[in-house]
Design a protein around this ligand. Sequence first.
Ligand code: GDP
Length: 454
Amino acid sequence: MPGIVIVGAQWGDEGKGKVVDLLAEQADAVVRFQGGNNAGHTIVRDGEEFKFHLIPSGILYPDKLCMIGNGVVLDPRILLDEIDGLKRRGIDVSNLRISANAHLIMPYHVLLDTAGEVRLGKLSVGTTRRGIGPCYADKALRLGIRVQDLLDEKILRKKIMAALAFKQQALRELSVQRRKLRKEAGEGAREGADPSVAAAPDPRLDLHSLTEEFAGYGHRLEPHIADTARLCWEALDGGHTVIFEGAQATLLDLDHGTYPFVTSSNPIAGAATVGAGIGPADIDQVWGVAKAYATRVGAGPFPTELEDEAGRHMLERGHEYGTTTGRERRCGWMDLVALRYAVRLNRMDALTITKLDVLSGLDPLLVAVRYRSREGAIFDQFPYHQSILHSVEPEYEELAGFDLDLSECRSEADLPAQARAYLDFIADFAGVPVRLVGVGPGRDQVVWVGQSAD
Ligand code: GDP
């Protein structure tokens, strides 16, 4: 199976990093195809924890090509920090390749992200304020700056100059609006506190400083810059296995997720073609990763959200705090209506269910099998209408819980009957087999169901 796509099946943080890490063992290359440093993967190897924001999880294998595809937007400072951090821990990063066509997150994107969220107030999307949305917006506006531009200072300067004029104006407008809002709210307009209206030239908005800073990043990143699409073709055509790693998840997809509470790219499997530069027929398998329950970070509809003891159990036992932001994640029961939608949308071949161990001690276990609207209408399918989704109540099936600590389980037979019944229910409802189950954060804390990945 040369091309395997791994996608998040819920709202993100499902443990894709660990699954990629495991499957990468049998692969030759790993490519990330979208998102920016708003994603966070945590991998525990031999008791040592690694957190990745940009670099694909495959970097821990020195013999695998590890690529950042053209569909990713990257902040070079963050990337270099990540590279330096790995080097300090003795990890060889010479196999890292960065697409020359990937877009760069510039400091003004970060400023715009923050200013935009502040302006939206209660309507804010809950972005991580890392400039990812504004960077993708510039890509579509043809104002973006790409990794390859770092290699020619003259071009870099010209492109920054073209973009800056628009950004300075946008930031000025946003800060005027903000001051107006503050005034209306009776707050003093604190001029100096706002970086976008500061009197002295801000290096984040200054052509000379930006060009110099980014040309410097170019020098450091040059050995890694490559035509990653071609590298994918060479691997696939040579019969090698390539893993396409999605960040975020299906329900955060820009087109198919709970818009506008979504990410600014497409994390679904189909996007691997665009974000890595391959054809649909290069994809042989799609694996979805879902938690045994559900979590969501930031704003947006979440029908099975819990604000009770069971929710606190998931939060605490599951350590549901963001890898990148440290934010507390919202927790809830497994939503099978949403999962079945994700399975079809990605045309998944298999599911991985992570964090089954976290459910130990909860009884009964609830799974949402349909929604009911305020007016009493029943939804067996994920509703496309946001107003409906915002107000639906889930209807649950109650399944028996289990008390056993699953962390030492390594085979299906080790799992209690209730846990197996829980997994069977999910697989039947979703219509795809569960192939891998997570029973702890460690890479050995898994149970393969049926045959293994090869
Ligand atoms: P990703 O972005 O989808 O890779 O997810 P994160 O890395 O943000 O979150 C997953 C977290 O769950 C990490 O801290 C993992 O170490 C941890 N994790 C992954 N699989 C399991 C599992 O089966 N059980 C438990 N208890 N933790 C897990």
